[in-house]
Design a protein around this ligand. Structure first.
Ligand SMILES: [Zn+2]
Length: 323
């Protein structure tokens, strides 16, 4: 086993049962971003796929699982943010039989990624964009399938049900997988890092990444997910979470708290800087209360990048609401 071209790459993946593997896409560090390989009837689907830089790693996992790129039937980004979909074009180029399954609001960005690339460069800057995300490849529209709210996909008798779930982004769907009584939630069911889940209660927060944060829509989307009574959620950031009903209230609270914090500091002259500080404080206080086992500096180091991005998203949200 093993292809010499892939031998040097880290292959961090974990079988979760139900024909599902969680793959670490190695974005910035181990444990930050994942995607999923789902098997059905001798074929596989990727749900989310990381950035272009992750694609060789995904192909390595396929090989380790004794699949070939020809066996990939679907590539299904939950939404078109680059940590989820940036590698879709490169992965589709490597997997000749695959169809891209995407939210109707995201499809045009996968077919012509120019606008997506420009928007990402605006948020992250050119240097970070080049290092983290690499280039984006366009996808032939003939290989793109849109899934509207409530639609189903029959993947060799494994049924995927698609739910439109705005709040984090308007081009976001979640994928209900009755076979595992689970939901692939992308960013809709928040972010929950394993190393911050060692206290009395687990830690979860909403990624309010620019530019489509919508607290009301997000709470409604969480309601819809919980109505499915899932046993587990497959988060992109990060991994499989059991007992989601115990986390949903904390996520709803955090969404409301974030909106409140944004409103409270709306008039601050360095609004993004101040919101970053306040969001970090919010997370740190909770985690220290829960005796998470990390000191404040370690907590800040893990979360500062996310919270800066969250502050940018809240800043955008405030600007979009002002008359
Ligand atoms: Zn994400």
């Amino acid at each position: 086993m093993g292809n010499s071209t892939n031998r040097s790459l880290p292959l961090a993946f974990q079988g979760l049962g139900f024909g599902i593997s969680c793959i670490d896409t190695q974005l910035m560090r181990t444990g930050l971003a994942s995607c999923y390989l789902v098997e059905a009837g001798g074929e596989v689907a990727f749900i989310d796929c990381g950035t272009s830089n992750a694609v060789p790693l995904l192909l390595g996992v396929l090989e380790r699982r004794a699949y070939s790129p020809e066996d990939v039937r679907y590539v299904i980004p939950t939404h078109v943010h680059l940590d989820h979909a940036g590698g879709a074009g490169a992965l589709m180029a490597a997997c000749p039989n695959a169809e891209l399954v995407v939210h109707p609001r995201g499809s045009r960005h996968m077919i012509d990624p120019g606008k997506l690339e420009a928007a990402a460069i605006e948020v992250y800057g050119q240097q970070v964009f080049d290092k983290l995300y690499g280039g984006l490849l366009p996808i032939d529209p003939a290989r793109v399938v849109e899934q509207a709210d409530g639609s189903e996909l029959n993947f060799n008798s494994r049924i995927f049900r698609f739910l439109d779930t705005p709040g984090h982004a308007r081009h976001h769907f979640c994928i209900h997988d009755p076979a595992s009584r689970g939901v692939f939630t992308g960013d809709t069911f928040g972010v929950s890092y394993p190393e911050l889940n060692l206290g009395r209660h687990r830690f979860i927060f909403p990624p309010t990444t620019p530019t489509q944060f919508d607290p009301q829509a997000w709470n409604d989307s969480i309601d819809r997910l919980m109505e499915l009574k899932p046993d587990r959620m497959y988060l992109t950031h990060y991994g499989c979470l059991a007992e989601p009903e115990s986390l949903a209230p904390a996520l709803r609270h955090a969404i409301d708290d974030y909106a409140g914090i944004a409103t409270e500091f709306a008039q601050h002259e360095d609004r993004i800087g101040r919101l970053t500080v306040e969001l970090l404080r919010h997370a740190r206080n909770y985690l220290l209360d829960q005796q998470c086992g990390l000191d404040p500096d370690a907590i800040d180091a893990l979360l500062v990048g996310d919270m800066r991005l969250n502050a940018q998203g809240l800043d955008h949200w405030l600007a979009s609401r002002s008359p």
